[in-house]
Design a protein around this ligand. Sequence first.
Ligand SMILES: *Cc1c(COP(=O)(O)O)cnc(C)c1O
Length: 361
Amino acid sequence: MEKRIYNFSAGPAILPEEVLLEAQKDLYSYKGSGMSVMEMSHRGKIFDGIIKQADADLRKLLDIPDNYSILFLQGGATLQFSMVPLNLMPPKNKADYIITGSWAKKALKEAKRVGTVNIAASTESENFVRIPKQEELKLDPDASYVHFTSNNTIYGTEWKTEPEVGNVPLVCDASSDFLHKKIDITKYALIYAGAQKNIGPSGVTVVIVRKDMLDRSQDSLHTYLNYKIHADNDSMYNTPTTFGIYIAGLVFKWLLNMGGLDEMYKRNVEKAKILYDAIDASNGFYKGTTEKDSRSLMNVTFRLPNEELEKKFIEESKKKDFEGLKGHRSVGGIRASIYNAFPKAGVEALVQFMEDFKKNN
Ligand SMILES: *Cc1c(COP(=O)(O)O)cnc(C)c1O
């Protein structure tokens, strides 16, 4: 078999090896059908089984009750920045946004096109090094919804618990930490995630929406932008991303087989701890870029004493077959993305490399 590298990319990101091997096995002819999943009708019996199984397995993973619809859409999380306000803001046309990073700002930009947006809190003046505290939130009890970003992929921060928003519907962009732990889905009115970070290939976006929210979708909306249309058509209003849904379904099965999301979370905590402990034990050679109680389990961001050393660190890491450690262009430094599928052995290899690099520099 060809060798695999340690892929720390923020997204598209690493997928479980078991999933890739299973897809490879079935790629040429899916379970004796004589065709690949890519080649079959989305309305045929086989694909119908694949999407229904993906729906059922995701429900099992998150205990999603029947009063929620699961949608498999396209356009990435970015299209959700528009679909959320277009569908959920009316009739009041005002919403609260909590700004914790670049993706939250992009969501805000689209919401402003639809109605009045209240910034309930922002940590931008502190360069997004932390998640705001509950008492900092200036929430409007009459807002159409509150939008937050559960994990800030670029800055390396995450919410440890959901913001408390009373009776106002809670909406979440969970693109970079979806399924990294068990959450109580009933706290959410809508949660969305582009697949390419933690659940599959790019091209699929998972949206879980409480069914009463669908009543807000107005007939005047463009058809593809209307959640109700997608829900009424079981994500088959048009041709969905069949192959992407198939791979996401394999990832859901992989999570179930491992023992579900509590087991996944345990592993994620363990992996992140190894890396953060190494940063904290480096006597300031490596510096975490976020406040400790806001640290992300998915995207670990840190800096070296100067940019020259950071450049050298990245160059030498490539020789070790580590990929994707360069921080986002907007913040610099190092970012190790260690999503669900990223193995503990890869984190240990990185820590060893960090110790060696420190000694030699
Ligand atoms: C990557 C990312 C996005 C953008 O996703 P696309 O699928 O490229 O539109 C949005 N929000 C968060 C939190 C992300 O990490």
